[in-house]
Ligand binder design. Structure first.
Ligand code: ADP
Ligand code: MG
Length: 254
């Protein structure tokens, strides 16, 4: 495992009086696959969203590859970045959502090349060649001219993964990427994620797929009530959980 790629320190986040994250620390190293498990409402999505500043933290900080997200350090003071600069930082972090969030009016290939061309000013022919290679990688080489509505959920999610990869992110975040899929389509998406894991992609994956966590995770993090309750290698957290809340959760999902 390489250097620290994602560093979350003392993250606090409230929505009104609801304190959703209550002091979370998380470190993800280059090439590491971290799987976050935990009951619904425990703060998993909010935590993931703080990593790319989709949610602004109340306290604590996020840094990606040594750069503070949303802030710049000047001397010993932190200066908040303008929205434009935040958006630019965010392009280093890929995000795959539960509901795919593809652009419905763009073809599959257009979905994949949109950000590289508009956000990275990549030449269209180069972006298209790279986009085609990514579509081949997720098994959709023959679908480049299709529109999202003509694809299955599993295919749409694989396009979403190709689209996230097109910006060559330093880290790829997944928020329950298979929860919206029919059971028979879950495997094809998890296979793509496994392939990325094997090739050394740095990833944080929120999922309820414990089997996937066991097979792919370097580190399993169990969250409950806005806190990391327990973390460690899958063999430890899944097979020999120390905390009663981890045990209670696993006894329900296994
Ligand atoms: P999980 O992903 O683990 O199910 P979430 O991070 O989605 O948990 O939610 C944690 C808590 O934060 C829940 O009580 C949820 O209702 C609340 N919450 C999440 N997003 C918002 C928001 N934008 N506004 C208000 N409350 C929110
Ligand atoms: Mg969630």
């Amino acid at each position: 495992m390489g250097e620290v790629m994602v560093d979350l320190r003392g993250i606090h986040k409230s929505f009104g009086t609801n304190e959703v994250l209550r002091g979370v620390d998380l470190e993800v190293r280059a090439g590491e696959v971290v799987v976050i498990l935990g009951p619904s409402g425990s703060g998993k999505s909010t935590l993931l969203r703080t990593i790319n500043h989709l949610e602004k933290v109340d306290r604590g900080y996020v840094s990606i590859d040594g750069d503070l997200v949303g802030y710049r350090r000047v001397g010993d003071k932190l200066h908040e970045l303008r929205e434009r600069e935040v958006l630019k930082q965010r392009t280093h972090i890929g995000f795959v959502f539960q509901n795919f969030n593809l652009f419905p009016r763009l073809t599959v290939l257009e979905n994949v090349v949109e950000a590289p061309i508009s956000a990275r000013r990549k030449a269209a022919p180069v972006a298209r060649a790279e986009g085609r290679a990514l579509l081949a990688r997720v098994g959709l080489a023959d679908k480049e001219d299709a529109y999202p509505r003509h694809l299955s959920g599993g295919q749409q999610q694989r396009v979403a993964i190709a689209r996230a990869l097109a910006l060559e992110p330093k880290v790829l975040l997944f928020d329950e990427p298979t929860s919206a899929l029919d059971p028979e389509l879950v495997g094809e998406v998890l296979d793509v994620v496994k392939d990325l894991a094997r090739s050394g992609t740095t990833m944080v994956v929120v999922t309820h797929e414990v089997g996937f966590a066991r097979e792919v995770a370097d580190t399993v993090v169990f969250m409950d009530g806005g806190l990391v309750v327990e973390q460690g290698p899958p063999g430890q957290v899944l097979d020999d959980p120390q905390h009663p809340r981890t045990r209670a959760f696993l006894s329900k999902v296994l």
